[in-house]
Design a binder for this molecule. Structure first.
Ligand SMILES: CCCCCCCCCC(=O)SCCNC(=O)CCNC(=O)[C@H](O)C(C)(C)COP(=O)(O)OP(=O)(O)OC[C@H]1O[C@@H](n2cnc3c(N)ncnc32)[C@H](O)[C@@H]1OP(=O)(O)O
Length: 193
């Protein structure tokens, strides 16, 4: 059962999440925050996950499990399913216009996920306390109301864009700074801080 870790339980004085007034409209496809991202970028070996804005502070996403994503024969690798949940939760940044990174991610694997499955992911923020963003996600098999295969609770921590500039490899950071598309999320979030 997920959410058993104390760190994933919002404190009593946590506030409800707030959808940013300029958040993308429900159903709108969200841009990749980095075209080289393993989760949402366009690398053929990646997840090629596509996320859309949801209602409130929520997103949906789809991830097609391909042969390159196998662990056991014919089944998705658990770490990649966690990555799909993590990426979907990361897309919640667009809805609040904050920049946040995963501090903790706790995944339940409820069912095996065969290659060829389209995993339908849903994620939402449940509470916010200071820089701490509490969120939850599920992944369902082949339909938005299909059987739940994976679920996760997570704690994201809000950071400034300096987090990436100071910690990322210079080659990719410089390329991202030079690319107006890749810098977009950082820009829209930074003006709100
Ligand atoms: C441009 C947009 C990019 C979006 C990318 C989305 C991609 C998908 C999501 C990801 O995969 S992000 C990549 C994976 N995550 C990381 O690489 C983060 C690595 N960890 C860190 O950089 C730091 O540990 C972190 C920024 C998360 C926290 O360090 P800080 O020094 O900023 O925070 P601090 O230690 O002061 O903690 C702040 C609060 O968070 C709490 N906290 C921090 N890490 C925690 C943790 N791991 N578990 C529980 N609580 C945690 C901490 O207890 C504290 O609570 P209180 O305010 O109540 O005192």
């Amino acid at each position: 059962m997920s959410g058993t870790t104390t760190a994933l339980k919002p404190p009593e004085d946590a506030r409800a999440p707030v959808r940013h007034p300029d958040a993308p409209a429900p159903g709108e496809l969200l841009d990749a925050h980095n075209h080289q991202c393993f989760g949402c970028g366009d690398q053929e070996s990646g997840l090629l996950l596509r996320a859309r804005a949801g209602e409130g502070v929520a997103v949906t996403a789809e991830f097609e499990v391909r042969p390159v994503h196998q662990g056991a024969p014919g089944l998705a690798h658990g770490g990649l399913l966690s990555a799909a949940l993590d990426e979907t939760l990361g897309a919640l940044n667009w809805m609040q216009r904050v920049i946040a990174v995963t501090g903790r991610l706790e995944t339940d694997f409820a069912r095996p996920v065969p290659v060829g499955t389209v995993l339908h992911l849903q994620a939402r923020v449940t509470a916010v306390h200071g820089r701490k963003i509490y969120c939850t996600a599920t992944g369902r098999i082949d339909a938005h109301d299909g059987p739940v295969a994976v679920r996760a609770d997570a704690l994201f921590i809000e950071v400034r864009v300096d987090h990436f500039i100071q910690n990322g490899r210079a080659e990719e950071i410089n390329a991202a700074i030079a690319d107006p598309d890749q810098a977009k999320l950082a820009r829209v979030c930074e003006v709100n801080q």
